[in-house]
Design a protein around this ligand. Sequence first.
Ligand code: GDP
Length: 140
Amino acid sequence: MAVERTLSIIKPDATNRNLTGKINAKFEDAGLRIVAQKRIQLTKAQAGEFYAVHKERPFYDELCEFMASAPVVVQVLEGEGAIAKNRDVMGATNPADAAPGTIRAEFAESVGENSVHGSDAPETAAVEIAYFFSGLELVG
Ligand code: GDP
């Protein structure tokens, strides 16, 4: 399987509860390498642009408010099949459906405030990584 990079975000519900280290341990234990990482505060407009694909969904406004409500940690994870592997480590969108041991099963508060974001395909990973990081920040 090819080595991939994927965009991960530790969301405000998790940064608020000081869970960055516990979540990063899950990535590293799964063999995902954190090759870039920064803690930033998104504006609602920036969150809206990132989640533009969900513009027509009923929860879009709530999602943008939430993502701008506190700092987030944006990161690039690298590894064999990193995109699917990260989705496995994250667990299902709704924590009620997330498999035991996944980040969302252990830490998420609700379907909206679900602790982490992860890219869902190579094309979206490339666009999402470029939204937050320049080539110079990806040191491997
Ligand atoms: P993901 O790829 O597992 O993050 O899920 P989606 O791409 O379907 O949704 C993007 C994000 O929108 C989720 O991670 C949630 O934060 C949020 N979201 C999805 N469904 C709902 C919902 O029914 N209500 C609310 N408030 N937020 C939702």
